[in-house]
Design a protein around this ligand. Structure first.
Ligand SMILES: C[S@@+](CC[C@H](N)C(=O)[O-])C[C@H]1O[C@@H](n2cnc3c(N)ncnc32)[C@H](O)[C@@H]1O
Length: 304
């Protein structure tokens, strides 16, 4: 039954995106068939593709992706690598086809495409593209920080940039998706002071008060408000008193001009007020920085 629905959804999505160039492209192949079963997503992708708004920004990114320098992921044995993560229960809010990728972050396509997509998106905004953006965010981290976590750190580009800039610090990239982490080991593995680990930002399992700095970059626009709040509660718990949160994300109206990439929480994002949300959660000393516009960063502290 789920398989039939899945195929129907894939066929519908294929019909909508079909163009002479793309004929023969099979949406259902993009997710792979690993986990979770991808029956839940094709209709949302089809609906996004069918919207009447122009998709020029999305098409620009897809086009520019082809000219980015990306690591070689061909040596990954996905089945073996995934088996080492065991069975993980994914919350419903996370089982979404983010950016119209079937399987969302639980797919090889999202993981191996991450660097190229990020570089393509930020090519317009920073001379060193997404990697330059990470260098800018790193400047907001107090240089005496020794324990740093990057929550929802994806393939670890932020974590490895921070680890290189602060060699005396231990940096942990935590992400919910084993796919992102497996690609991340190829992209950013083998750095002494940087580890990549599976986990949820709202339940890190880290000891209370054990972290100097927490980073959250481009994660909140992909979370419902309840989860944003749970993540902030967790950050307050794991930060040491006086510890710093660096929250960075895209402008709140940005996703509405980026049609074609499905963004499940963009309505909530439109009304997101970083400073007010942080204050409500119990943070102090909020400061806003435009380190890599249009991306913004807000730093905040756990009260002493
Ligand atoms: C847009 S990517 C950003 C990745 C990275 N922070 C960066 O700057 O490139 C969002 C990432 O957040 C992760 N994510 C979303 N919700 C999460 C959660 N509750 N816990 C851990 N990771 C999460 C996704 O798996 C994905 O890798």
């Amino acid at each position: 039954m789920a398989e039939n629905e899945n195929q129907k959804g894939a066929d519908r999505a294929n019909r909508i995106i079909e163009s002479p160039k793309r004929r023969g492209f099979d949406m259902s192949q993009l997710a792979g068939d690993r986990f979770p079963p991808p029956a839940w997503h094709f209709d949302k992708i089809a609906e996004e593709m069918a919207c009447p708004e122009p998709k020029d920004r999305m098409m620009g990114v897809v086009k520019r992706m082809g000219s980015q320098t990306v690591p070689d992921f061909s040596g990954i044995d996905w089945d073996t690598a995934l088996a080492s993560y065991g069975d993980i229960e994914y919350p419903t809010y996370y089982q979404q086809p983010f950016h119209s990728v079937p399987g969302g972050y639980l797919s090889e396509a999202a993981a191996v495409g991450d660097r190229g997509a990020m570089e393509a998106i930020y090519e317009e905004w920073h001379p060193r593209r997404s990697l330059g953006l990470r260098e800018e965010i790193t400047k907001l981290i107090p240089t005496d920080a020794r324990t740093i976590i990057d929550l929802g750190g994806g393939t670890g580009d932020m974590g490895s940039t921070v680890a290189a800039a602060l060699p005396e610090a231990d940096v942990l990239t935590l992400d919910a998706s084993p796919f992102m982490l497996i690609a991340g080991e190829v992209q950013n593995g083998g750095i002494d002071n940087h580890r990549l680990q599976q986990g949820f930002a709202e339940a890190t399992g880290l000891a209370e008060g054990s972290v100097d700095v927490a980073l959250i970059t481009l994660v909140f626009h992909e979370c419902p408000n309840t989860i944003k709040r749970s993540i902030l509660d967790e950050v307050l718990r794991v930060l040491r008193p006086g510890g710093t949160l660096v929250l960075s994300d895209t402008p709140t109206d940005d996703l509405h001009g980026f049609r074609g990439f499905y963004e499940p929480y963009k309505k909530e994002w439109l009304h997101f007020d970083a400073e007010a949300t942080l204050a409500e959660a119990g943070f102090k000393g909020m400061e806003r920085f435009e380190v890599a516009p249009p991306l913004w960063s807000v730093t905040a502290r756990r009260p002493e």
